[in-house]
Design a protein around this ligand. Structure first.
Ligand code: IMP
Length: 428
């Protein structure tokens, strides 16, 4: 098996953490390539719950090297807390197991401040961000004024660069939000201390990946969020600020597309979304509430309830195309047990037209009416089923129908949150 990219095929929270954990047994290295601590994975180790936001969950497997690539934005406080926690539990005893790109951009306190102030000001039209400073940090990256992790190791150069950035924010924040000026010395001291503490982990991870590939090591590139939250291919502007699609693995880790052999898309058996923005298949009734409760659809990062809806084949076909999916993994199918009639969005109708593809224009997407097909549900609890043939016939029909509709082979079905609650359809 060659190098794999794992991406969310929906709006995030597809259960990628569990799948990455499962596949990590077969790989040597797990790489995060975009996003930041807007993501969250809940892990249970020896009965103790740990929520990781930045460190790849592969850290739980002693044989795996975990990398945080240049495409990630890092909140050093959060990263240091995670490192301390993992070290305390004996899960990170050697810095060689966690390598962090010197080119990853640093989330500064004023990025978080701007994220929150801006959302407050937008009121009802807000994006519903996680408030972690993700957008403002990426803005400074693209604006060519952001600070990269490796720069924290050069105090004199940092002083000049940070002073320039803080001057910029000291014009922006009081003018737009009437907030107080940022004290340069406080942030500078903090930044130097972050650099000092993170120094053992900082490296040029693209070079390291190149070396690992020469040694024929197998890499798994772990996407955060999901396709419909991609800055280019998602439901703009209600998206995150990075490329969540498979192509982002190349730019966000520093590898060429020829390094990737397979791209696996993870989808829930239904759909969820956190934050604002169009969600054509959203349910506002007790069926949606049932999915929310049974599926424990509350965010691992912010605790916000997730909006729930039916599986949207238009969005899934879109994800298949923009990621070049070679395989599909469906999670949480057990949550659909007991639903009498399951619906699937086949296409949209908008302004009297039939649409097979997601429209790019946000107002058009808001006006899209989903057109559903119905599939008979099943009653039985399927959480202990381990063979496809043992699933209720209507459950088999549902899964096969999705697979046929998007034209990508289904590799794995997850029927519960625990390790082992899986049905393999194709082995890797
Ligand atoms: P940001 O990434 O904090 O800027 O938030 C932008 C949008 O992406 C908001 O709608 C968030 O709710 C959503 N979002 C960001 N990270 C995640 C995630 O890990 N899962 C689901 N939604 C997310």
């Amino acid at each position: 098996m060659g190098n794999i990219v794992i991406v969310g095929a929906q709006w995030g929270d597809e259960g990628k953490g569990k799948i990455v954990d499962l596949l990590t047994e077969k790989v040597d290295c797990v790489v995060r390539f975009q996003g930041g601590n807007n993501a969250g994975h809940t892990l249970v180790v020896d009965g103790q719950k740990t929520v990781l936001h930045l460190v790849p969950s592969g850290i739980l497997h002693a044989h795996v090297t975990c990398l945080i690539g240049n495409g990630v934005v890092l909140d050093p406080e959060v990263l240091l807390q995670e490192i301390e926690l993992l070290a305390h539990r004996g899960l990170l005893t050697n810095a060689s197991r966690l390598r962090i790109s010197d080119a990853a951009h640093v989330i500064m306190p004023f990025h978080k401040q701007l994220d929150r102030l801006r959302e407050e000001k937008m009121g009802a039209g807000k994006i519903g961000t996680t408030g972690r400073g993700i957008g403002p940090c990426y803005e400074d990256k693209i604006g060519r004024r952001g600070i990269r992790l490796g720069e924290l190791l050069y105090p004199d150069d940092l002083k000049e660069k940070l002073q320039g950035l803080i001057n910029y924010y000291n014009e922006l924040l009081p003018a737009l939000y009437k907030s107080e000026k940022i004290d340069f010395a406080t942030v500078y001291d903090q930044a130097l201390s972050w650099g000092e503490r993170l120094k053992p982990y900082i490296e040029n991870t693209s070079v390291l990946i190149g070396k690992l590939m020469k040694q024929n090591k197998m890499l798994l590139f772990e996407g955060a969020q999901g396709t419909s939250l991609d800055i280019d291919h998602g439901t703009f502007p209600f998206v995150t600020s990075s490329n969540t699609v498979a192509g982002g693995a190349c730019s966000g880790a520093g590898v060429g597309p020829t390094a990737i052999e397979s791209v696996l898309g993870i989808t829930k058996a239904y759909a969820t979304r956190v934050g604002s923005g169009p969600f054509p298949s959203e349910l506002f009734d007790e069926v949606g509430q049932g999915l929310q409760v049974r599926g424990k659809e509350f965010g691992a990062t912010t605790g916000r309830p997730r909006r729930c809806g039916w599986l949207d084949l238009v969005a899934l076909r879109h994800a298949t195309r923009v990621n070049g999916l070679t395989g599909l993994i469906m999670t949480k199918i057990d949550v659909l047990s007991g639903v009498d009639t399951i619906k699937l969005v086949t296409h949209y109708e908008c302004d009297g037209e039939r649409l097979e593809d997601m429209p790019t224009h946000p107002k058009l997407l808001e006006r899209c009416k989903p057109v559903f097909e119905e599939i008979e549900g099943w009653k039985n609890d399927i959480t202990s089923v381990r063979k496809f043939a043992d699933l209720p016939t209507s459950c088999q029909a549902y899964v096969r129908h999705v697979e046929k509709s998007i034209g990508v082979p289904l590799m794995l079905l997850s029927v519960g949150p625990e390790r082992g609650q899986d049905i393999w359809l194709q082995k890797f």
